[in-house]
Each structure stands twice: as C-alpha cells, then as structure tokens.
Ligand binder design. Structure first.
Ligand code: FAD
Length: 332
C-alpha cells in the first residue's frame, strides 16, 4: 500500500471541518503532474471528525487519502501537526509535498521541511516537472525582477507552498478509491498550548477570492477616515474590500484582505484599485481580473500598465462623486 502513496502529496488544509479551497487547487496541479510522471496523488487530511471530507478530495483528483482523525488534531496547532506530518513523511517517503501558502501552510511547511531535512520553495507561482522528473518550482524573487526556477535534487520530499487562487481545481468527478486511517502517535505533553475555545468572527464580506467585484485601496488613501470611502464603494457594488500591505499595517484593513504575493490572489469580474502604485508584490495578486479600473493622482503610476481604464486624479475628487452617482441610480 505505501508503494502507491509515495508519489505526490497534498496537505488537505481544513479548519472547523471546512476544506480550504487551496487544497483542491493543489490537487488539480498534483493530478496533472502525477499523470505526466506516472505517479499517484495522496491527500493528507488531519483533524477530528473530518473523515467525510475524504470523498471531496478523491473527487477532485486524489488517488488516496491518508486520514489522521484525533481529538488532539481538532484545532490546528503547529507542534502536533508538524510531528504527525514529519512522521508520515518518514513512513511513506513521498517524492513531492505541496501545501497552501495560507496562514497555516506558511507556518507548518517550514517546520515540516526542517524536521525531515529537506528544502522548501515558498509562494510558488508555477510547478512543473523537469527532464528527470524532478519538481521545478517557479518563484518570483528580487522584487519580481527575477523569476527563479528552483529544484531540490538531493533531498526528499520536494516541498513547495502555493498561494490560494493560483492553481485551478478540477471539476469534481465521482470517484471511489482508497481512504486509509493512520494511527496518531503523540506524547501527552509538549504539544504546545491547549486550545480551549475557538471563536470565529463572522465575515461581513464575501471572501475576496469569490467576490465578483473587488474594490482595493492602497497607501494613497491616507487615513482610516477616508478608508470608509473604499468600503462604501465596495458595498454599493455588492463586492469585497481588498488592500495593499500598507493599509493592513496601518490597521485600516485586515490581514486577510491583503492582495498580492503574500496575500490573496483575486480574479474578479471587476477590480477597482484606488491609491495603489502597482508594485509587483500587489499586481501578481490581481492582474488576472477581467476588468481593471484604477485611480491614481500620479500619471506615471505603474498600476496603469495593468489597467483597462485609468483615472488620473486625486481619489477624493472622484470617489465621493462616484458613490453619489451610484446611490442616485440605485434609487431610480
Ligand atoms: C516580500 C514582500 C512581499 C510583499 N507582499 C505584498 C503583498 O502581498 N501585497 C501588497 O500589496 N504588498 C506587498 N508588499 C509590499 C509592496 O512591496 C509595496 O510596498 C506595496 O504594495 C505598496 O502599496 P501601495 O501601492 O498601497 O503604496 P505606495 O507604493 O506607497 O503607493 C501609493 C500610491 O497612491 C497614490 N496616491 C497618493 N495619494 C493619492 C490620492 N490622493 N489619490 C489617488 N492616488 C493617490 C500614489 O501616487 C501612489 O502611486 C510586499 C513586500 C515585500 C518585500
């Protein structure tokens, strides 16, 4: 059995019994690579009362699922998750291990890589197979000036993280295959903090990746007070609010609203970017949007190179008028 499970692994991230979409996206890529290399795809599912998610993983491209179901894995904690993952890697010896570059993945992947003494390419934008079947991991570097292709020839597994939204999930096909339960062997002590209660804040906007309209603001917005204009505009469009890094650092927006290399990748029907310069770190997360409108007071702003419609103006002169106009039309 383990012979079938030493091909391409995808860490199937779930929280509270909900599978993160990046897991299905990674399965889509893993399936493509596995078919090319003649290997099998295995999804690794850890948590508690999560067995039912296995079918979804099989339907989206996994040949088999290794399920670690244990109350101690109910809520994600770095130490037990990393121990279990490292022990599975030692037992099954996979060729490739892929994880989402999510809050969980960016913490867990390096810990697992260090434990099993292999390399890790973080925030890959593409994955391919080389001539000898090794994984070629494509990563933007040096502020986007260089696209580096990284290989890990001497150590296994070859590990990579990929941000949500970059790979495409396969359409679901009803499939029956192997689901194998693994035994969780963890010590009683030394597992880090015990989680007593998990409170999830109800999101008051559609997840950015699902929104058809994204209104994103940048450092040019200048204040928390003016940030409300971005929120009002997004609300009028029935869309979601995105941000560059500076508004997140300032606390105008939340971490989960950041778009770009270290944030989310969005592909809405309409992206409106306001007070954003267009640095590559942000652009890689939005340049696949169907229509892009940007407002910037600097006529040479880089973001204009990626835009379909540009408005060279102080946003304070444009956005309030736009809001009034939309409100007026909605009333008609
Ligand atoms: C490793 C790494 C990862 C990163 N990851 C990300 C990421 O995922 N996402 C991200 O966004 N950033 C990321 N960054 C930060 C990134 O490099 C930039 O610093 C950031 O994107 C710039 O944000 P900005 O365009 O809002 O600000 P700025 O570059 O300061 O641009 C502000 C713009 O607002 C315009 N402006 C000012 N006033 C007005 C006005 N009144 N009306 C209209 N326009 C106005 C200006 O002309 C300017 O173009 C990362 C950086 C590093 C090093």
């Amino acid at each position: 059995m383990s012979g079938d499970m030493n091909g391409i692994w995808v860490f199937a991230e779930q929280r509270g019994g909900e599978l993160h979409e990046v897991s299905l996206e990674l399965l889509g890529k893993a399936r493509e690579l596995a078919d090319e290399a003649g290997k099998k795809v295995t999804a690794i599912l850890l948590g508690h009362d999560i067995r039912s998610l296995s079918q979804l993983l099989l339907n989206h491209g996994a040949d088999s699922v290794l399920v670690g179901d244990d109350p101690r894995l109910k809520t994600y904690r770095l130490i037990p998750y990393a121990r279990v993952m490292a022990s599975l890697v030692h037992t099954y010896d996979p060729e490739i291990l892929l994880m989402g570059a999510t809050y969980m993945g960016v913490e867990l992947a390096p810990r697992v890589a260090a434990k099993v003494r292999t390399g890790l390419s973080a925030h890959c934008i593409d994955l391919r197979l080389g001539e000898k079947g090794q994984l070629l991991q494509v990563v933007p570097g040096w502020g986007g000036g260089v696209i580096a292709t990284i290989a890990c020839p001497d150590h296994r597994p070859q590990m990579a993280t990929v941000m949500p939204g970059i790979m495409k999930a396969l359409s679901a096909i009803e499939r029956e295959d192997t689901v194998k339960e693994i035994e969780i062997d963890l010590p009683e002590k030394g597992l880090g903090p015990e989680v007593l209660e998990v409170k999830r804040e109800k999101p008051d906007q559609l997840p950015l990746e699902k929104a058809e309209v994204v209104v994103a603001g940048g450092w040019g917005i200048g204040s928390q007070e003016d940030w409300k204009m971005i929120e009002s505009l997004a609300e009028l469009f029935g869309g979601s609010v995105g941000a560059t890094r500076p508004p997140v650092d300032e606390g105008w927006a939340e971490e989960g609203q950041m778009i770009g290399q270290s944030g989310k990748t969005v592909r809405p029907k309409l992206y409106i970017g306001i007070g954003i310069s267009g640095v590559m770190h942000h652009v890689v997360g939005m340049d696949q949007s169907e229509h892009i409108i940007t407002i910037n007071s600097d006529p040479d702003a880089e973001i204009f190179d990626t835009s379909d419609v540009i408005v060279v103006e102080d946003f304070r002169k444009v956005v309030p008028k736009l809001i009034d106009e939309i409100r007026a039309r909605l009333k008609k």
